[in-house]
Design a binder for this molecule. Structure first.
Ligand code: FES
Ligand code: ZN
Ligand code: ZN
Length: 301
């Protein structure tokens, strides 16, 4: 197998692109792809400031690494959820801290226990929708941080596989609200930072190869609450299609981004009230975040 660019021995083959690459050209290919995504979807101004939500998984580590390589001002953000089962949070925190140190990325850590006196396992005792609560918590905190540092955008590590499986799941239910919001860039709105997904067109195998090339080692521990498991069947269906028709995942998602505007206006109206506690837009007088982390604590006092 030879590199499509230079003809030297290739280390990796990407059937979806009908290409194979040596180390040097894998690096160049990946950077170019992400840079095109950033430009096409107007994610960041040159040298812009971007907060990256880093969990310790390969996708968010690669997102932070690539943005730094492309010359952006990257600020890392990590939420310590306090999940000690499987050593999940301590290991993730260590991986993120070491990574940021190595790549000279300033890191902001919010430790839930330190800040709110309780953590995810404690909330999980009274809540069966813990993954949803955990998602709300992380989104609230990263949004708040991105706004506080005046970032041009908040980046997450969503990949082509994530975007395609969410798209398929939303289509299966004709969930118009989420179909309008599955695009790689969501503009800033009052109370919300601009949200970007720079890896929205990079597939799992490309990210794994790139992480390996740069010795980026993600946390191996898995969250014991098994987040996202409900989307696995969509992933399996897409993987099966991709095997038969390489590139189909990419064109499925890419063509959706062309027509996503058709779903605009089908979104639920923006929240009307501001949360009485934190002041951020909310659908109820006190937002889910504050109900979970702040109000309960005050009652206990
Ligand atoms: Fe939040 Fe698993 S990472 S519940
Ligand atoms: Zn080459
Ligand atoms: Zn609130």
């Amino acid at each position: 197998m030879k590199c499509t660019v230079c003809g030297k021995p290739a280390i990796v083959k990407f059937p979806a692109h009908n290409s194979a690459f040596c180390e040097e050209h894998l690096d160049a290919f990946f950077l170019r792809q992400v840079s095109k995504t950033i430009e096409k979807y107007k994610m960041l101004p040159p040298k812009g400031r971007v907060v990256v939500a880093i969990s310790g998984g390969k996708d968010s580590l690669v997102t932070a690494y690539v943005l730094k390589r492309l010359g952006y001002e990257v600020l890392g953000f990590f939420v310590d959820l306090g999940i000690t089962q499987n050593d999940f949070s301590p290991r993730s925190r260590e991986v993120v801290e070491n990574f940021c140190k190595e790549h000279d990325i300033p890191l902001e850590i919010v430790d839930l226990k330190e800040r709110y006196g309780k953590d995810i396992p404690e909330v999980a005792k009274r809540q069966d929708r813990i993954c949803a609560i955990c998602g709300v918590t992380k989104r609230h905190l990263m949004n708040e941080y991105a706004l506080s540092v005046n970032a041009d955008a908040l980046a997450t590590g969503h990949t082509l596989d994530d975007m395609a499986k969410l798209l398929l799941a939303n289509l299966m239910r004709w969930d118009l609200h989420h179909l309008a919001k599955g695009v790689p860039t969501l503009p800033a709105e009052p109370g919300f930072a601009k949200k970007i997904k720079p890896l929205a067109f990079q597939s799992e195998d490309e990210i794994i190869a790139f992480a390996k090339l740069h010795n980026i080692k993600p946390v191996e521990a898995k969250c014991p609450y098994g987040r996202e498991a409900k989307y696995n069947r969509y992933q399996e269906a897409l993987d099966m299609l991709e095997e038969k028709s390489p590139g189909i995942k990419r064109s499925f998602y890419k063509n959706y981004t062309k027509y996503a505007y058709l779903f605009e206006g089908t979104q639920a109206r923006p929240p009307k009230v501001n949360c009485e506690v934190c002041g951020f837009p909310s659908v109820s007088p006190v937002c889910t975040f504050c109900r979970t982390w702040v109000v309960d604590n005050e009652k206990k006092k």
